[in-house]
Write a protein that binds this ligand. Structure first.
Ligand code: G1P
Length: 291
């Protein structure tokens, strides 16, 4: 079956970015001039996804407004002859994917947020895309997972090697042999293990291709790490009855889910953006001399 659907969990409280995220969804924080969630939707589109469900929560209306039209703004841009900005603004409403929204009433964990997508997914294989990670590669990571699925018809989770001392921030896999280039069998999936107990340095990085049987597991999934329903725990259970592979991502990953990563990503993207790159490069060089 063709993979056509994506779920983007966006219900998190964004506490790492308070006070900015008191009234503003963290998914709307911009990298240069684009909200992080737009990068995710664009990756989905570039991977051939047709339908996207965004799981939101309280205070997240700005996300829906962002992907909607804004007639007053568009009229103004038209009147003032700002055709480039008009095209940019209209382009967001015209991304060529269908967006759907549902709300997670309580922040009960990633597994609980994903479970809200059960009837949307309706028995098809689908992808989950987390907004904290922006990925760059020749082929979008989501498309790489879909390409794997087309060959294996099995769930595949994207992983990446991270520094050993950071493993406790992630879901971590115990690999069980490479079956094809960068594609591994997995013995266990462990959510945020203690550093000395982590089975490897291969961390789950926010792109999952799952078969719909995950919902049968999530339905009865008990809260795990942090008292929350963990997607990683459900994946580990599913791996006992059907294969779940891990694919090591070889492209670039930008973690925008914490302050330091967010600032680094802003600099990296600013150095590529045509409107900012020259001035920013000059500024960074000057700044470097004073540090
Ligand atoms: C979530 C998942 C974790 C994964 C991480 C990737 O954790 O639970 O397994 O490694 O995303 O970003 P969170 O960052 O939401 O705490």
């Amino acid at each position: 079956m063709k993979v056509r659907k994506a779920v983007i969990p966006a219900a998190g409280l964004g506490t790492r970015f308070l006070p900015a995220t008191k009234a503003l969804p963290k998914e709307m924080l911009p990298i240069v001039d684009k909200p992080t969630i737009q990068f995710i939707v664009e990756e989905a589109k570039a991977s051939g996804i047709e339908d996207i469900l965004i799981v939101t929560g309280k205070n997240k209306q700005a996300i829906e407004n962002h992907f909607d039209s804004n007639p007053e703004l568009e009229q103004d841009l038209e009147k003032t002859g700002k055709s480039g900005l008009l095209k940019l603004t209209q382009g967001i409403t015209d991304l060529g994917v269908n967006l759907y929204y549902t709300r997670q009433p309580h922040p009960a964990g990633l597994g609980d947020a994903v479970y809200r997508a059960r009837s949307f997914v309706a028995g098809e294989p689908f992808v989950i895309m987390l907004g904290d990670d922006l990925m760059k590669d020749k082929v979008p990571l989501t498309k790489q997972l879909i390409n794997d699925y087309d060959k294996t018809h099995a769930s595949t989770i994207a992983v990446m090697k991270v520094p050993h001392k950071e493993v406790s921030k992630y879901g971590v896999i115990a690999p069980d042999g490479e079956i094809a280039d960068d594609l591994y069998n997995v013995k266990n999936f462990v959510e945020k293990p203690d550093v000395d107990k982590a089975p490897s340095d291969l961390a789950i990085i926010g792109r999952y291709l799952l078969t719909p049987e995950i919902f049968d597991v999530l339905e009865y999934q008990k809260p795990g790490r942090g008292g929350e329903v963990q997607l990683t725990d459900a994946i580990d259970t599913m791996n006992k009855t059907q294969r779940v592979f891990a694919q090591v991502f070889k492209g670039q990953r930008f973690d925008v889910g914490n302050k330091e990563g967010y600032l680094e990503t802003s600099i990296q993207y600013g150095l590529k953006h045509p409107e900012t790159r020259d001035a920013l490069r000059k500024y960074i060089k000057e700044l470097g001399k004073t540090l």
